[in-house]
Design a protein around this ligand. Structure first.
Ligand code: DX5
Ligand code: ZN
Length: 217
């Protein structure tokens, strides 16, 4: 079963509760929350206070994507705010294994994100320390960018490395309805989509359309 994770980066931040309710009505499986620090990526978004506010408005699992340097400094705050999953960037984390263990010790699911130019080989010695891999199909920092096609090959390679482990493989960036089926076939289990959902006239219908496309309906 493919999971659909709307990225609130493309939602209306002045009407976030309303926008979240719309994708929840469309059957979204989890919410993807993009945290940017203006250092790891050239943009600044939100912090734990907003995650805590979202937590009060939805029962959906919160998938918090940390695009920040030194993520280990903020993990406990995001878990306390209500994050169910915390994803850190391999490129921002010299002590990747330790930081993944820290996330799990705090009771959240631990994820590693890889920039488009990062080899899946960096996962080799943390395969048993992670619950999800977030494959970036754009260079992180902004919504609405074009999908980078080498992502297909990378998802397949990651699935092969994971073997029979029950680890989620999530794809993030430029995901549109027409890519959903091929990404699911590659081995993706979660599709993150921002502009394709919140940029649509009917975000609930957009969630359903991506799911239907992914499952070949
Ligand atoms: C990019 C973010 C993505 C972004 C995706 O840095 O990590 O989650 O919101 O937006 P779209 O789907 O518009 O590419
Ligand atoms: Zn993201």
């Amino acid at each position: 079963m493919i999971k659909i994770a709307p990225s609130i980066l493309s939602a209306d931040f002045a009407a976030l509760g309303h926008d979240i309710a719309r994708v929840e009505a469309g059957g979204a499986d989890q919410l993807h929350v993009d945290v940017m620090d203006g250092r790891f990526v050239p943009n600044i978004t939100i912090g734990p206070v907003v995650v805590a506010a979202i937590r009060k408005r939805t029962r959906l699992p919160l998938d918090v994507h940390l695009m920040i340097v030194e993520p280990e400094r903020y993990i406990s705050e995001f878990v306390a705010a209500g994050a169910d999953m915390i994803t850190i960037h391999a490129e921002a984390c010299p002590h990747l294994q330790r930081t993944l263990a820290q996330i799990r010790e705090l009771g959240a699911r631990a994820g590693v994100a890889l920039n488009p130019s990062t080899s899946p080989a960096v996962l080799e010695y943390v395969l048993d320390d992670l619950d999800l891999v977030l494959v970036m199909s754009v260079n992180p920092g902004f919504g609405g960018q074009a999908f980078i096609p080498t992502t297909h090959r990378k998802i397949r390679e990651i699935r092969a490395r994971l073997g029979d482990r029950s680890v989620d493989v999530s794809v993030d960036g430029g995901v549109k309805t027409d890519l959903a089926k091929s990404l699911a076939d590659d081995g993706a289990s979660t599709l993150v989509a921002g502009s394709a959902i919140f940029g649509a006239a009917d975000p609930a219908a957009a969630v359903r359309a991506i799911r239907d496309a992914a499952t070949g309906r």
